[in-house]
Design a protein around this ligand. Structure first.
Ligand code: DC
Length: 209
């Protein structure tokens, strides 16, 4: 038994998990791991290489060719996919629209969970995602389950995306979030749910501080 500390933050899309996780990691001098960025990078690879999500052989082969790495600078997520920096591209709509289907695939989850557990083996970390407190680190020191009103979540996300994507509408963002919530909570592999010992944090009316 070691005395390493793991903080697991799970919850719905765009309710402030990564903002909280980054701030905590900075304050505590822990490593921050954005597990969603890993699923997003896999989704990007699948899109670029036209991987058929029904074809398990293609998926297994693709996973062997995907090498992900985090480079932490100022606690912002910088992720590389086969040595290419993809941190910006993984936030765009094509990836956001396909990532829930990609993250529901059993082989994809198995590989990502293995990599995430490896990252938490020796260092103090804050990791955010959907299954961190339930599947990746069921023995995490602290578990937080975040939620917020869907309309507020969509508005916050829209404000973030709109400057770089002027064509995007609030409705697009709202629908994408609703769709991802549905897929993330109803999938058969590690669906999003609150771990029994997780603290609920409703972020509807809170500011960052
Ligand atoms: O946190 P995010 O929105 O960047 O995550 C992108 C997608 O990845 C989200 O729709 C669900 C999935 N995901 C997951 O299934 N498990 C995780 N631990 C993290 C993300």
């Amino acid at each position: 038994m070691n005395d390493q500390i793991i903080v697991a933050i799970d919850g719905y899309s765009s309710c402030g998990k990564s903002t909280l996780a980054k701030a905590l990691a900075k304050k505590l001098h822990f490593i921050y791991v954005d597990s969603g960025a890993m699923y997003r990078a896999v989704a990007l690879y699948f899109l670029r290489n036209n991987i058929d999500l029904q074809n398990h052989e293609q998926i297994a082969d693709a996973l062997k060719n995907i090498h992900l790495n985090f480079h932490s600078r100022d606690y912002e997520t910088h992720i590389t996919l086969n040595n290419e920096e993809v941190s910006n591209e993984i936030r765009q709509m094509p990836v956001s629209e396909s990532v829930s289907s990609v993250s529901a695939i059993k082989e994809v989850r198995k590989e990502m969970v293995k990599q995430q557990q490896r990252m938490g083996r020796s260092k103090n970390i804050v990791m955010d995602g959907r299954d961190i407190g339930t599947a990746v680190f069921p023995n995490a020191t602290v578990k937080i389950f975040m939620t917020a009103d869907p309309k507020i979540r969509a508005e916050r996300r829209f404000k973030e995306l709109h400057p770089k994507n002027p064509d995007i509408t609030l409705e697009d963002v709202f629908e994408n979030l609703a769709h991802r919530d549905y897929q993330d909570t109803t999938r058969s592999e590690s669906p999003l749910r609150r771990a029994e010992d997780a603290i609920i944090l409703d972020n509807t009316d809170l500011n960052q501080d």
